[in-house]
Design a protein around this ligand. Structure first.
Ligand SMILES: *Cc1c(COP(=O)(O)O)cnc(C)c1O
Length: 731
């Protein structure tokens, strides 16, 4: 089994700079801006045309571009530096993990997720869960935590969003050209793409295997769109989150059982599995089955599988947990169940939701029962999850329900803008030259106070202009193509003013997120937006799930407000929110707003991305913001519950804050037009959010909380006491 870069397709790249081909196939370049600059220097136009897909760019670029670069000393100098850094990264003498866990039981974590958001050239994600998974494995790579990841090769990924003239969301599919993207076929010994059969499922389902290299972490992707499959099975990996229940079940069977089988076939000997949300939980069954087949006594097999399974639950919204009715489960698992040494009723009982017995097989309840280590994604969400799932541990008091909390974090090298990073560099380099490896250490961030206000403000203004110019360019192209109505030019941001206070709101159009909260009192909003001396603008973005009519109506309602001349072009809706637009937005707005119904937002992560770039959060105190807010780094609102009357109160709190605190602070300027008190808050935001809500901190939490115990179980019964005597806690 091997993966090979198809080097023969790059014969037009000269030897001297052939390393760019290796670089293109490792997403390391995507979080090292100096590496993407290299691609840009090679062929700027094609880099743009390919939408930052280096593989396509290299394939499409004529030889003379490479020859020119290979003869340019400045290019070669950069090339040599970057290739040196890349090779050092890939073969480090030591890593954080190796330093802190020397000589331990060799441990590899298999990280399963139904989506991975790594870069916009690979459309394998829908939203927050996928971006988090992508950030998680990037951090695993940075820290040297031995990890393999498993996910889906979606042909279509998630749909693109096109907004019609009347504000209705149209979904546009775009098929990924796999042979011109940073993905590789995994080949079998005969040199054909590896195809694996999902065990014990009838009629059989086969998956072809692909690989994306994410720094040091390989991500294996499953693909059912192959001739070996019956036509109805080919579409399983077509796109994310099929709405129809049976389709979803088949996806989850493929991801969990098929995914585990693929690792087995690849000969990857991992010791623990980390399930990012319940979609992949069937992997547990396959792990159990393997042990039973090998002759392990059932009790021991179960204990070992539980002891080496980590499960992260991501949502308190009951409807977001998959539940499969018994007849559907029977269709796929009647044949599988006997191999688990369980009766059918015992099997179904593993997935029983205590709140709703008889409803079917609940993937979250199943994953909680079958994993020993489980967590929610913020402290508050941990509490909510303990309460929600206490019935699974009826004998324990609420505080002792074993669901921990590990608060999410975002991958700083991905989300920190390189101009802001450059500013940190200049001030950190003399005091903390290695700050890039140590950025979860709060002490180093004190340096931020030494950055002159003018400098930070200037960079922020630059990023704001960049955002606005991106928005205008998108709209200009759409207008040229579709001959839009003039009011849609305003609605999609053509009239935004870089000097006005700008509030961003970008997320899925799910009801609990209350995207339309600020439209509760239109007269009040009108006064705020059109204040002559202190105008306020709002930029919205986000997709509704393609099958969610209610979400689409909500989106349309907002779009229509944006079209309304009453708001003077100061409310804008920007279409097709994705990781790329997210970057521009979290770098370029002044304030990042989030207004969910309290207790519904498990964590939220976009506010972390904004906060570390000095964009101030204005958010309901829910999810991560309860931990993040310190009274000096943004604004927190004690949100109320879901009822209509209280919704009005929440809106009023928001209006009061914007009108009486936020706008006056923003517009209070020095002689040279710098809002010093605002900039002080920006610095406080960076200092408090960057070290605490980065994926380095998150990953270290996972490692120190769970992985030592996992080691112990993975080592097997004979070595458990040895594991206990020498606890492998770092530092
Ligand atoms: C970060 C991110 C999200 C998640 O944001 P939330 O704050 O959790 O809503 C969703 N989509 C994209 C493209 C992102 O970058």
């Amino acid at each position: 089994m091997k993966t090979e870069i198809p080097y023969d397709r790059f014969a037009h790249v000269p030897e001297r700079i052939f390393g760019v081909v290796d670089l293109a196939y490792n997403l390391w370049w995507s979080w090292h801006s100096s590496a993407s600059v290299l691609f840009k220097l090679l062929n700027r136009a094609e880099w743009k045309m390919s939408r930052h897909n280096p593989v396509r760019m290299l394939l499409e670029t004529p030889p003379r571009f490479f020859e020119r670069a290979a003869a340019n000393p400045e290019f070669l100098r950069r090339y040599d530096i970057i290739m040196h850094r890349f090779r050092q990264y890939m073969e480090p003498r030591t890593s954080w993990f190796a330093q802190h866990y020397p000589g331990r039981v060799p441990l590899t974590i298999a990280y399963f997720s139904s989506e991975f958001g790594l870069h916009h050239s690979l459309p394998f994600y829908a939203g927050g869960l996928g971006i988090l998974a992508g950030d998680h494995i990037k951090a695993s790579s940075d820290l040297g935590v031995p990890t393999v990841a498993v996910g889906f090769m979606y042909a279509e990924g998630y749909l693109h969003q096109h907004i019609e003239a009347d504000g209705w969301q149209k979904n546009v599919a775009e098929i990924l050209d796999r042979d011109a993207a940073p993905v590789l076929r995994v080949l079998d010994d005969d040199g054909r793409q590896l195809v694996v059969q999902v065990p014990l499922i009838d009629p059989p389902i086969y998956v072809a295997v692909w690989k994306v290299q994410v720094g040091r972490v390989p991500l294996y992707l499953l693909d059912t769109h192959i001739d070996e499959n019956l036509p109805e099975n080919r579409s399983i990996s077509h796109r994310l989150y099929l709405k129809e229940l049976e389709c979803r079940l088949r996806q989850e069977v493929v991801l969990g059982i098929g995914g585990r089988k693929v690792l087995h076939t690849l000969g990857i000997d991992y010791s623990a599995v980390h399930l990012n949300e319940g979609h992949s939980a069937f992997a547990i069954l396959e792990r159990l089955r393997e042990r039973l087949v090998a002759g392990m006594p059932p009790d021991q097999a179960r204990e070992q599988v539980r002891g080496t399974s980590v499960f992260t639950t991501h949502t308190p919204v009951p409807a977001a947990h998959d539940v499969f009715p018994e007849d559907l489960m029977a269709k796929y698992f009647r044949g599988y169940c006997p191999s688990l040494d369980l009766s059918w009723d015992e099997f179904m009982a593993l997935g029983e939701d205590p709140h709703n017995p008889g409803a079917g097989f609940n993937m979250t309840a199943f994953a909680l029962r079958m994993s020993r280590f489980h967590n929610g994604v913020s402290k508050k969400h941990g509490e909510v999850a303990r309460e929600m799932w206490q019935p699974l541990w009826p004998d324990l008091p609420l505080e002792e329900v074993p669901i921990d909390a590990i608060t999410n974090g975002v991958h700083m090298p991905t989300w920190l803008n390189h101009r802001i990073e450059g500013l940190f560099d200049r001030h950190m380099d003399s005091v903390h030259p290695n700050w890039r490896e140590d950025y979860d250490n709060p002490a180093i961030w004190e340096v931020v106070d030494e950055i002159p206000d003018e400098d930070l403000w200037r960079e922020h203004q630059w990023l704001k202009m960049k955002l606005f110019s991106r928005i205008r360019e998108r709209k200009r192209q759409k207008w040229a193509r579709h001959r839009d109505e003039p009011e849609n030019l305003a609605a999609e941001g053509l009239m935004l003013d870089t000097s006005a206070l700008t509030i961003g709101f970008a997320r899925r159009f799910a009801e609990y997120k209350r995207a339309n909260l600020i439209f509760e009192d239109l007269n009040r909003l009108d006064r705020i937006v059109n204040n002559r001396w202190r105008p306020v603008q709002f930029i919205f973005a986000g997709k509704a799930h393609p099958a969610d009519e209610h979400g689409k109506r909500l989106l349309q309602e907002i779009y229509q407000y944006a079209q309304d001349p009453r708001f003077g072009g100061r409310i804008a809706f920007v279409e097709d929110y994705d990781e790329r637009l997210a970057r521009y937005m979290v770098h370029g707005v002044d304030v990042w707003m989030n207004t969910p119904i309290p207790l519904m937002e498990a964590s939220g992560t976009s506010g972390m991305k904004a906060g570390m770039n000095g964009v101030l959060n204005l958010s309901v105190l829910d999810g991560w913001w309860i931990e993040g807010y310190n009274g000096r780094n943004g604004w927190g609102i004690e949100g109320r519950a879901a009822y209509t009357g209280e919704r009005r109160e929440d809106a009023n709190t928001l209006y009061d804050l914007i009108e009486n605190e936020i706008a006056p602070l923003y517009y209070s300027r020095s002689m040279v037009d710098v809002p010093h008190r605002w900039v002080r808050m920006m610095k406080e935001s960076i200092k408090s959010i960057a070290p605490q809500f980065c994926s380095l901190r998150m990953l270290k939490d996972y490692v120190t909380h769970y992985y030592p115990s996992v080691c112990m179980y993975a080592a097997g019964p004979g070595r458990q006491t040895a594991g206990l005597e020498e606890p492998c806690l770092p530092r």
